[in-house]
Design a protein around this ligand. Structure first.
Ligand code: ZN
Ligand code: ZN
Length: 169
């Protein structure tokens, strides 16, 4: 049996280290923007703050709704999310409808996602054995892996139970 470890901490960062974590994320983004000739505006800063404080597989629309009060337009949110991905602060995954969801990746262990097609819930899982198998076959094929992403689509335990219950009646 493969060990299933669903407990990927949403923030593996202790509160005492939060200030330096935020500063690091801030610096990475500022540096990356500067290289592109762009500035870390207070709006972009707000977006980063929001993502760091609530890292939870949000859609671009959810993120936009949450930060629009700070004066961010949709286009700025889109562009900034792209920049955040470029500098590896954020990565994306697909939800049950194939739409993109975002999460903060800085200092978080690699994990994959189980996506419920009934209720939309997204569960994080770590599969060290699967990672090992992947690495091994890449070596065998002389393939240099850069990144990968796994999403398994299905029904979560609750939705599975509900389905069984309704088909029994
Ligand atoms: Zn579900
Ligand atoms: Zn995740």
């Amino acid at each position: 049996m493969m060990a299933l470890r669903p407990e990927v901490p949403h923030s593996s960062v202790r509160t005492s280290r939060l200030a330096s974590y935020r500063k690091r994320a801030h610096d990475i983004l500022a540096e990356h923007l500067a290289a592109k000739g762009l500035r870390l505006t207070s709006q972009r800063e707000k977006l980063l703050e929001f993502l760091l404080s609530r890292n939870s597989h949000g859609s671009i629309e959810e993120i936009y709704q949450a930060v629009r009060g700070a004066g961010l337009g949709r286009a700025t949110v889109f562009r900034t999310m792209k920049v955040l991905e470029e500098c590896d602060l954020v990565s994306h995954l697909s939800d049950a409808n194939g739409a993109l969801r975002y999460e903060v990746t800085l200092d978080r262990p690699h994990h994959d996602h189980l996506v419920c097609i009934a209720c939309g819930r997204i569960v994080e899982v770590r599969w060290p054995e699967v990672e090992k198998v992947q690495r091994k076959s890449c070596v065998k094929l002389g393939f240099e892996p850069v990144w990968h992403r796994h999403e398994i689509f299905g029904r979560c335990a609750d939705c599975g139970k509900r389905r069984t219950a309704s088909s029994a009646t």
